[in-house]
Design a protein around this ligand. Structure first.
Ligand SMILES: Nc1ncnc2c1ncn2[C@@H]1O[C@H](COP(=O)(O)OP(=O)(O)OP(=O)(O)O)[C@@H](O)[C@H]1O
Ligand SMILES: [Mg+2]
Length: 266
């Protein structure tokens, strides 16, 4: 359904942000894109939604197709209209507006009846949002804000939902809940492109994953196979399969040798 071929993007400097990136998301599929800070993950989402220009970035090679249509020739609202919707990095909910108002804005392009139906569906997925329908966005907890950001994106009735690091800054139990909701949305037939540094969560929620490093795809495969690769184990899962991007080498060395980290200290 989404087909990115040989994509190259630059922000004007000498170093390209993306080089020769090819990624596919099949209809109703669930795909994740892993990578550390600065790898180019957000740039890829900006490219798909065609809002690179606002960040003075530019596609300099390759193409992006959705259902056979070339996306990089369309503007952002028309891409959303086609069903390609993103939950941006950092949530970006409207803090002064209520939960319900935030949701209504997500459904702007729908009829009044359709907005009401979709909102009920969002409230079924996130009962907490229903309880807090009249609360201002800024008074919601981080986890609740993430749920609101996802709910708002669902109001646009996506065929493909792209999420940019939804686990960022959330407690492990909330990360798990966010993962469960993403699985549920996918099971209802919406394709998912999940961007994460939390490889543990992402690999549990998606069937296929790509690893982006320095703007290039360095590794890809079925999530079950990727879990077994040393690169993923070392870079992202740690030895115990914990959170992403934590270098546990030193901690494990201490644990393995049963050394006391305090040895010699008084
Ligand atoms: N507006 C911009 N102007 C210039 N360079 C940019 C801009 N936005 C991103 N870049 C550069 O492009 C590269 C990729 O950035 P991007 O934000 O896509 O990474 P990311 O994988 O999303 O990282 P993070 O995990 O930190 O969000 C980085 O080297 C970054 O410095
Ligand atoms: Mg990013």
């Amino acid at each position: 359904m989404l087909e990115i071929s040989n994509l190259a993007v630059t922000y004007g400097g000498t170093l390209p942000a993306l080089k020769d990136v090819s990624i596919r998301v099949p209809e109703k599929g669930a795909v994740s894109l892993l990578g550390s800070n600065g790898a180019g993950k957000t740039t890829l989402l900006r490219s798909v939604s065609n809002n690179l220009k606002r960040h003075s970035g530019k596609i300099v090679g390759g193409e992006i197709k959705f259902d056979g249509d070339i996306l990089n020739k369309r503007d952002t609202p028309s891409i959303v209209g086609m069903g390609v919707v993103q939950v941006p990095e950092g949530r970006r909910i409207f803090g002064r507006l209520t939960v319900e108002e935030n949701l209504r804005l997500g459904g702007l392009r729908q009829s009044r009846k359709s907005i009401e139906q979709t909102r009920e569906h969002v409230y079924d997925l996130f009962p907490r949002l229903k309880e807090r329908a009249n609360q201002r966005g800024l008074l919601m907890s981080g986890g609740e804000q993430q749920m609101l950001a996802i709910g708002r994106a669902l109001m646009a009735k996506p065929k493909l939902l792209m999420l940019d690091e939804p686990s960022l800054g959330l407690a492990p139990i909330i990360v798990e809940q966010v993962g469960d909701v993403i699985k549920k949305i996918n099971a209802e037939g919406t394709a998912i492109l999940l961007i994460e540094q939390n490889a543990n969560m992402a690999l549990g929620v998606t069937d296929y994953a790509y690893v982006l490093e320095g703007g290039r795809v360095s590794l890809e495969g079925e999530t079950e196979d990727l879990r077994q690769t040393d690169e993923i184990k070392h870079l992202y899962l740690g030895h115990g399969g914990g959170d992403a991007a934590v270098d546990t080498t030193a901690i494990n060395a201490v644990a393995d040798k049963k050394l006391s980290p305090w040895k010699g200290a008084r």
